[in-house]
Design a protein around this ligand. Structure first.
Ligand code: ZN
Ligand code: ZN
Length: 324
């Protein structure tokens, strides 16, 4: 059996998949091993840190500083992913200065969800083949039974990162590949992850005045934050493609899930997003929980970001499933 394709395209041989799904190449040898070890590290190391933080919460040996560090770093982590990696880089829904671009991409890199070339190519591939063979993380490719749905949800949540394939850089992200200033953030990715761990450790240590306070800062603002924020973020690809409401006509199973949207600063409104991927807001109605959209609107008024793209009334009505 050819196991090279078993994760991303169930039932298809590598050859068949390559023919059907341009932009995806099988990964073998050292490349596949490096990808899988990196993915395992991203899944397991923050989990270990989370368990240690949990132990401190249960024992009551944590401080207000740890809670604040967790909250602030969670906000920067999620904001960097949603506003920086996703709405700015992958979809180009607004424009901004080099300074603010750098701030967004550094914060996004701290999330340890992969360097920008991995993130953007994976994400554009997700839109290209949404809930079809070739989608890197669809929960809907395994069948209709409850067991198949649970298997799909689990696969789309984390094991998809172990798939022995690669999304083509030239195919999915030639714009970033050709932009040396943007590519800098790809090459310096590891540095920003380390910074995202060191900053809360240093602040925790300075405020608490001890090494154990610094270690708590590292755990709460660093590893536990990465673990919990990424669990929420990965629900966007798993839960929000299966559970939730549909407001717009799309060719996939994307759904608006408010719980995921609240935890991910708006990303859980997947149905809105797949209907209007070029919109800087995922909340089409102003009251839909889209913190990133609200922040970008405010930043637009302040002149920090500009050229914010949003669909007009006619476009919205055309795809709307609400015929009232
Ligand atoms: Zn999606
Ligand atoms: Zn998207």
């Amino acid at each position: 059996m050819d196991t090279r394709v078993k994760y991303s395209t169930p039932g298809l041989s590598a050859e068949a998949r390559d023919k059907l799904r341009p932009g995806i190449a099988p990964l073998t040898g050292v490349g596949a091993t490096v990808k899988q070890l990196t993915a395992l590290a991203v899944m397991l190391v923050p989990f270990a840190g989370f368990l240690l933080a949990l132990q401190r919460v249960i024992a009551g040996t944590f401080s207000t500083t740890d809670v604040v560090l967790f909250a602030v770093m969670y906000f920067l982590h999620m904001g960097g992913i949603t506003m920086g990696f996703h709405r700015y880089l992958a979809h180009k829904t607004f424009n901004t200065s080099r300074f603010f671009e750098g701030l967004l991409l550094i914060c996004g890199s701290m999330a340890a969800q992969g360097p920008i070339m991995f993130w953007v190519t994976t994400h554009r591939r997700h839109h290209t083949y949404s809930d079809q063979p070739g989608d890197p993380h669809s929960p809907n490719l395994y069948g209709k039974s409850l067991g198949a749905k649970i298997k799909g949800l689990w696969y789309a949540h984390m094991p998809w990162m172990l798939a022995k394939d690669i999304s083509g850089w030239n195919f999915f992200a030639p714009d970033i590949l050709a932009n040396r200033k943007l590519f800098f953030y790809h090459r310096s990715y590891a540095l920003w992850i380390v910074l995202g761990l060191v900053i809360p450790a240093v602040i925790g240590g300075l405020v608490g005045g001890s090494l154990s306070a610094a270690f708590n800062g590292f755990l709460f603002g660093g590893l536990a934050r990465i673990f919990l924020a990424n669990q929420a973020a990965w629900c966007v690809g798993s839960v929000s493609h299966m559970i939730g409401s549909k407001a717009f006509k799309t060719d996939d199973k994307s759904a608006n899930n408010w719980t995921v949207a609240i935890l991910t600063m708006g990303e859980g409104l997947q149905n809105n997003h797949h209907a209007f991927p070029g919109s800087y807001r995922h909340g089409i109605k102003w009251w839909e929980p889209d913190l990133s959209g609200w922040i970008l609107t405010a930043l637009g008024a302040l002149g920090v970001v500009w050229d914010l793209r949003f669909p007009d009334e006619k476009t919205i009505r055309k795809l709307s499933l609400d015929r009232s």
